[in-house]
Design a protein around this ligand. Sequence first.
Ligand code: SF4
Length: 452
Amino acid sequence: MLTAPRVNSMELLRRYDTEGPRYTSYPTVPAWSNAFGHPDFASALRATGEAGAPLELYVHCPYCAAKCFYCGCNALTTSRPELIDQYLDDLETEIETVTQSLGKGKDVIQLHWGGGTPNHLDERQLQRAFGMLASHFTFLPNAELSVEADPRLVSREQLRTLYALGFRRLSFGVQDLDPQVQEAIGRVQSFAMVQDVVAAAREAGFEAINLDLIYGLPRQTQESFGRTIQQVLTLAPDRVACFGYAHMPAQRPHQRLIEQDDLPDGSARFALLRQAVSAFTSADYAWIGLDHFARADDPLAVAQRNGVLHRNFMGYTTRAGQHLLGLGMSAISEIEGTFAQNASALPEWRSSIRSGRLATVRGHTLSDDDRARQAAILRIMCDLELRIEEIPRGIEDLDARLAPFVADGLVVQHVDRIEVTALGRYFLRNICAVFDAYLPAQRAAGRFSRTI
Ligand code: SF4
């Protein structure tokens, strides 16, 4: 069992409760160039097709029934199924365009539908979306298919449809089960309902259930969050993600519906995360990287034990494929040493797709220096250590940059490696920032959320 560290010094929190990337990529999106466009992505797709390694697919389904106040996703709301049909029309065109460069019938080892709310699609739309993919790609027999779902929209028929299509892992957005918190975030869903959909998913045959929580929400207290965690534990999820709420009303105006005064301060947020770590590790969940927990037999925990854990735009993964191909508005791809992002706004994405072009609006091709720093950040985020030979060259003042972390007991420098301590795990984002060549120039723009 891992015990939460005792932090006596508010000074420590004041020093490290800053703004910084979550490092789901390196370089992070603000460092990418708008000069990178569809011809660049098309050539990366051709190189990927020739390389021939299995793909991971991410499909963005942006529509939701209503907007949650805390939402940080690229989401649209609708109650009109025909708008979802139109989106699927365009998605089909995008798949055609992508596979013209990539080649048709490429192997897929992993598929994830995220959003938005993928289960805002009805059964016919779910079957259509999957059919579009299946007719352009080859799903390997051992491919892992996962989908995000809003418990409030789940029906037994929908679960049966998803299972019949081959999905075996379901991620339910729970966030917090306290009624006061739910009222403050505009998302009301009772524990009884969550309990019921989890049971229905298991009855339908789903092998793995993920539950997503958020700490740092308005009106959340240690007492209320403790109750939520205990309720979640009774559902015996295979994985739990416990993300820190990113309150960025300047970039996400709908978050202004959240009262600033209701938000827990830095030390309260920190206490909530420590509470989650303590509760889940006490219940024999492995603490994965920064903010995930997994049962010992879950592939994520196995990957961590075997030193092959990976991190990308979807968070921690087992890195089934070598290339991640994102489809849909705002989707991000990581293929052949290249990052590319689709237009985030529906009209812009749609207009590119309908003109027969890829919808790429920005991207980045990794330099040798980027690759070395990317590998270092990945290892720290995933393995919590970095071997000496993995330290990127050219960071002249690394010892000086690490010195404050060493002095604060967050990092230990051994002869052969740098190791993150139990206390340092809470400050992983800050530690990784030491290796980030782009961050000093980006910070001023206020693009990042709080690191704690
Ligand atoms: S359901 Fe998810 S994606 Fe949709 S508005 Fe709520 S938080 Fe955002």
